[in-house]
Design a protein around this ligand. Structure first.
Ligand code: HEC
Ligand code: HEC
Ligand code: HEC
Ligand code: HEC
Length: 127
């Protein structure tokens, strides 16, 4: 009985420490602009992602530019954070709140192309 307990504890320790180790290497989004977060920041390795998804040639897929509510084709805004234009709540100038902006951009492409993660826990991996 006691040996079994010790083995279970050892296995648990090994398991948690190996998770902690492997997760140190994950690159994550900066979620500091959300007033209060309920999920671990999403995993996202910018350059690696865009290379495998073949998006390096069109930065404006994500970093778009708008004039009023009209998309300006072929111009990109990679010097701006999404949160510079998308606020936590919809505004008159921008009807897409920040969280919706991320999910609509990230998750929708994965869903539509059937590639990349679509489940909450696949992006918001526990720390
Ligand atoms: C394709 C990746 C992806 C998927 C799938 C995804 N999210 Fe997100 N989510 C993000 C990104 C990117 C952000 C913005 C930065 C951050 O918080 O990591 C975000 C932000 C959030 C936020 C606001 C920040 C916070 O922690 O409160 C919530 C809440 C959230 N997601 C919940 C969910 C839930 C619930 C699901 C499943 C129904 C989900 N997400 C699926 C990528 C994803
Ligand atoms: C799949 C979507 C996507 C594509 C495509 C993309 N980016 Fe980004 N990029 C992001 C996100 C998300 C951030 C984080 C900004 C934020 O959350 O506000 C970011 C941040 C950046 C930053 C700021 C980094 C920092 O730490 O301040 C630069 C510079 C940048 N991207 C350049 C580019 C360039 C150049 C391209 C095209 C070669 C590109 N990006 C393509 C999503 C993308
Ligand atoms: C220079 C300002 C600006 C920046 C930077 C910006 N957006 Fe937007 N975005 C807008 C405006 C304006 C709209 C239109 C809102 C409306 O129709 O009310 C919009 C619309 C959207 C939409 C809905 C239309 C669509 O294309 O599907 C998504 C999703 C979105 N943005 C995601 C993002 C993400 C993710 C980032 C950061 C990588 C980002 N935006 C950066 C201004 C910006
Ligand atoms: C225009 C399409 C597109 C957009 C936009 C997009 N992705 Fe992806 N993503 C992909 C594709 C395609 C893959 C699968 C790449 C492969 O492994 O073949 C992928 C894979 C991933 C993966 C799995 C690991 C990896 O890096 O390959 C993560 C995590 C991810 N995406 C997060 C995000 C986040 C977060 C955003 C928004 C900031 C985002 N993606 C926006 C197309 C997209």
């Amino acid at each position: 009985m006691r040996i079994q307990m010790v083995l279970i504890i050892l296995a648990a320790l090994f398991f948690t420490s190996s998770i902690a180790f492997s997760q140190q290497e994950l690159e994550r989004m900066d979620n500091s602009m959300f007033a209060k977060t309920v999920r671990a920041a999403a995993v996202f390795s910018h350059d690696e992602h865009n290379e495998t998804a073949e998006l390096e040639d069109d930065c404006s897929v994500c970093h778009h530019v708008y004039e009023g509510k009209k998309l300006v084709a072929e111009e990109s805004s990679e010097d701006s954070m999404c949160s510079e234009c998308h606020e936590l709540k919809a505004t008159n100038e921008n009807g897409i709140p920040l969280e919706v902006a991320y999910h609509k951009r990230c998750r929708s492409c994965h869903f539509d192309t059937n590639k990349g993660p679509v489940l909450c826990g696949e992006c918001h991996k526990k720390e």
